[in-house]
Design a protein around this ligand. Structure first.
Ligand code: NIG
Ligand code: FE
Length: 413
């Protein structure tokens, strides 16, 4: 099977040399080919160039031709932070917040993550699987081509395993890469002390998860009233022993040392960062850890802006993900996430597209195969509707610019 896309108005995020991530001032550059063609064979990108240099077609067998006149082609979005396996929704808490309660107050009353944990216990694996697959299908049609999914609404051993098995089944049934993250340290379950919960995570859950190969990453919600910096380091050190790398929910509602804990644990990413400070930025400079912002959650909870501009201006790489979850971001629309980053944090369209493709691929260790248009990379791309240029994507906020998604060399339907 071969696909040839011709007359592409602009082929966006083209790489000659494969990079693992883009940092600092480099993020302002987005390499494009105007009036381009792109060839796909089997599941890979095999060639591309300018229409004026198009070599013609020598072998028409099994070839599907797509005319992309007036349209752009981009690598699919990479969403490196989601919690999209969940039961029910939390719109009543949304109304509580409108009426003046804070996210933290709702949690203290047994809502928030604990509310989702209660709903999750009652749901069957099949129900969780079906509703997650529906969400994944929706985000793929919005251009998402790789996704990370966390557990963390189970909290008990059994319910966490249930979530991770659902994620495993999703992996086996979707045509995009899925990375699973164990987030047992999302909150302390009702009726258990924090010390016991951490002991459970370390002595029961992690060994079993490693044995069943149920997670690539281990995450901790490092936050006051949840898990401290020291507890985060302790949990991630245990995970590292099994070759499970860390991720951290860091500095979201307060400054709690999540960035420090993440960097000390060689975490693949530290995410949220609303309360990250200058010291955190300098700590990140000496690391391979990807700073990741989740503009949808910051927007939905009305939190202060993360220092996204400062992070890039300090020469660091930055990634964007959705945080798709029922409590702080009930949307996985990456087009909207990059709009928010441009509008609220003054990222340029080039910076936010780099952040939502190659850098968010890095935050899932997928940047060798995803996150850009390069020869040999996975054919994981989308064709836009007729739009004038890539800046139109964040500009035209809350609209869907995507017309056709191609995954593994096949049109996704
Ligand atoms: O990334 N902050 C912690 N975890 C999620 C929200 C979880 C929830 O409210 O269900 C987040 O924002
Ligand atoms: Fe999250």
């Amino acid at each position: 099977m071969k696909i040839l896309i011709k007359n592409i108005k602009s082929l966006v995020q083209v790489e000659q040399d494969v990079r693992l991530k883009v940092s600092g001032a480099e993020m302002k550059k987005l390499s494009c080919i105007e009036n381009a063609w792109l060839a796909i064979e089997e599941d890979k990108i095999v060639d591309f160039g300018e229409m004026k240099d198009f070599p013609g077609i020598s072998d028409w067998s099994n070839l599907q031709m797509i005319d992309a006149t007036g349209k752009l082609v981009l690598p699919c979005w990479c969403d490196s932070h989601t919690h999209l396996v969940y039961a029910g929704n939390r719109e009543s808490e949304f109304v509580d917040r409108i009426n003046g309660l804070s996210y933290e107050e709702i949690f203290k009353r047994g809502g928030g993550i604990l509310n989702s944990a209660k709903k999750l216990v009652e749901a069957t694996e099949d129900e969780l699987f079906e509703s997650a697959m529906k969400k994944i299908r929706e985000v793929i049609l919005l251009g998402t081509g790789a996704i990370e999914i966390k557990s963390g609404y189970g909290l008990s051993f059994e319910a966490e395993l249930k979530m991770l098995r659902v994620i495993k089944k999703i992996k086996e049934n979707v045509s995009i890469p899925v990375k699973a993250t164990f987030l047992g340290a999302h909150a302390v379950p009702v009726g258990v002390t924090k010390e016991n919960h951490i002991e459970n995570i370390i002595n029961e859950m992690l060994p079993r998860i490693a044995e069943e190969k149920l997670a690539e990453y281990c995450d901790v919600f490092c936050e006051r009233n949840y898990f401290s910096k020291e507890e985060t380091i302790r949990i991630l050190a245990e995970a590292n022993k099994y070759g499970i790398k860390g991720k951290v929910h860091a500095e979201q509602l307060s400054h709690a040392g999540g960035v420090e804990a993440g960097v000390a644990s060689k975490a693949i990413s530290v995410d949220h960062l609303e309360f990250a400070n200058e010291n955190d930025i300098s700590i990140l400079k000496n690391s391979e850890t990807m700073a990741t912002i989740l503009p949808g959650a910051q927007f939905f909870l009305g939190l202060q802006n993360p220092p996204a501009r400062k992070i890039i201006d300090a020469g660091l790489p930055l990634a964007i993900a959705s945080d798709y979850n029922p409590g702080s971001c009930p949307s996985g629309n990456m087009n909207f996430m990059i709009s928010l980053a441009c509008i609220n944090y003054k990222l340029t369209p080039e910076e936010s597209i780099n952040a939502a493709t190659i850098n968010s691929a890095y935050a899932m260790e997928l940047s060798k195969t995803h996150g850009s248009i390069a020869i040999g990379k996975q054919a994981n791309i989308f064709i836009t509707k007729e739009i004038p240029n890539y800046s139109f994507i964040p500009y035209s906020f809350a609209n869907n610019p995507v017309e056709t998604v191609i995954l593994n060399g096949k049109i996704y339907k």
